[in-house]
Write a new protein. Sequence first.
Length: 153
Amino acid sequence: MHRAGHARVLSGIAAVALVFSTGLVAQDKPAEPGKLAVSVQYTAKGTVDKDHQIWIWLFDNPDSSSWANTPPLAVGQLSENGAAYKFGELPKQVYIAMAFDEKGGYDGTSGAPPTGTPIGIYGMASGGSPAAVETGAEDKAVKTTFDDSMRMP
């Protein structure tokens, strides 16, 4: 091969290397973590306050029935009915469960809510199964309500 041909081959290899290295740099860049504000209104009898909070759990799959096998990704608490809790560093999709601590004293993190606790799962009322929620940027939000018609077994 003469000099000009050699130069074209080398410049072609350099271009391919540049494309691959640029692609690898883009792949190594971590995805921006998802954010979600969850606003919850408890509509049954009982006052939401600092002793009787609404607990919110986010899961990465719809089977939140077994906390031992599926621990929550994130936990939030509200001491004001209808308020919102802002979550960060979430995967692209989450499932939401919530409970009202009507008796007081539950810490929301030591395991599942006590038997008889009012609970809600986002999407259950409308379709009978948990609904996935897409996370996103700062303004991504979900509003939900629940009452005491579903209780922890």
